[in-house]
Design a protein around this ligand. Structure first.
Ligand SMILES: NC(=O)c1ccc[n+]([C@@H]2O[C@H](COP(=O)([O-])OP(=O)(O)OC[C@H]3O[C@@H](n4cnc5c(N)ncnc54)[C@H](O)[C@@H]3O)[C@@H](O)[C@H]2O)c1
Length: 249
């Protein structure tokens, strides 16, 4: 049984990593997807696994006109919107004294402000759906902090606060809003960090109760659950998927 048959979804940051895995799972579950990324998405269209139901839009989501362009594409190409997934994000690791205004602004602009603007502009379309869903990709750093993570953790705590408020405000329109809190997942973001700080690999592997890093395919089913009828009564919460990394100090 397909869990997302007839549903239309926007997924940002869809060219690779967790976003790409969600595109694969959503198409597999019968959804129509508008995949958005600053990087070219032609590879997605070429994939044999995606014969139908996939639309792509290449743009920088931090640009002021981006939310309007995304919603227009969703209306014109998919005929509406049921599920919004704000996934695009960047990592940043720098001590506070080395965090320039520009670096701070760059992280907040993508990880938080673009999420706010895209959510805001999606609301009219989501209201027209009988089962509107907002799924924002937070992090375990939506709850915790860490040295060198001021900008990143602030942005992801912001995603948590924003999402909880959206759940309160939009419930009357049958729209749920949740955020997913991945732990350490092997993607381009983290491969880059591991190259820079090799000790990170063992640190997060040992921290996880399951004794391994996560894969993007560990996160995609969590999004499918929240997007489907199975998640209809879940709203205003963060779902942690970290292999048990944060349950013990
Ligand atoms: N990988 C992890 O360990 C981990 C852990 C917790 C949370 N997250 C979060 O998951 C999300 C996805 O991360 P990932 O690990 O798959 O990263 P990734 O770098 O593999 O993918 C991020 C995608 O976002 C796109 N993107 C970046 N800037 C953009 C912009 N301005 N406009 C449009 N698209 C843009 C990139 O091109 C890329 O395709 C992020 O929000 C990240 O913070 C990741």
């Amino acid at each position: 049984m397909q869990l997302l048959c007839g549903r239309s979804a926007i997924i940002t940051g869809a060219a690779q990593g967790i976003g790409r895995a969600m595109v694969d799972s959503f198409i597999e579950q019968g959804a129509t997807v508008l995949a958005v990324d600053i990087k070219p998405l032609d590879g997605l269209l070429d994939a044999d696994a995606h014969p139908k139901g996939l639309h792509v839009l290449q743009l920088d989501i931090t640009q002021p006109a981006a939310p309007e362009r995304i919603m227009r594409a969703a209306s014109e190409r998919m005929g509406g919107l049921d599920i919004l997934i704000n996934n695009a994000g960047i990592a940043s690791f720098m001590p506070i004294t080395e965090t320039s205004d520009t670096a701070w602004d760059e992280v907040l602009a993508l990880n938080l402000s673009s999420v706010f603007r895209i959510c805001r502009d999606a609301v009219p379309l989501l209201k027209a759906s009988s089962s509107g869903r907002i799924i924002n990709i937070g992090s375990v750093m939506s709850t915790f902090g860490g040295a060198g993570l001021s900008a990143y953790a602030a942005s992801k705590h912001g995603v948590a606060g924003l999402t909880k408020c959206l759940a309160s405000e939009l419930g009357e329109f049958a729209i749920t809003a949740n955020f997913i809190q991945p732990g350490a997942i092997l993607t381009e973001i983290t491969r880059g960090s591991i190259q820079q700080y090799p000790q990170m690999e063992a640190f997060w592997r040992d921290k996880a109760a399951l004794g391994r890093w996560g894969e993007p395919s560990d996160i995609a089913p969590v999004a499918v659950f929240l997007a489907s009828d199975l998640g209809a009564f879940v709203s205003g919460t963060g779902l942690v998927a970290d292999g048990g990394a944060m349950q013990a100090p």
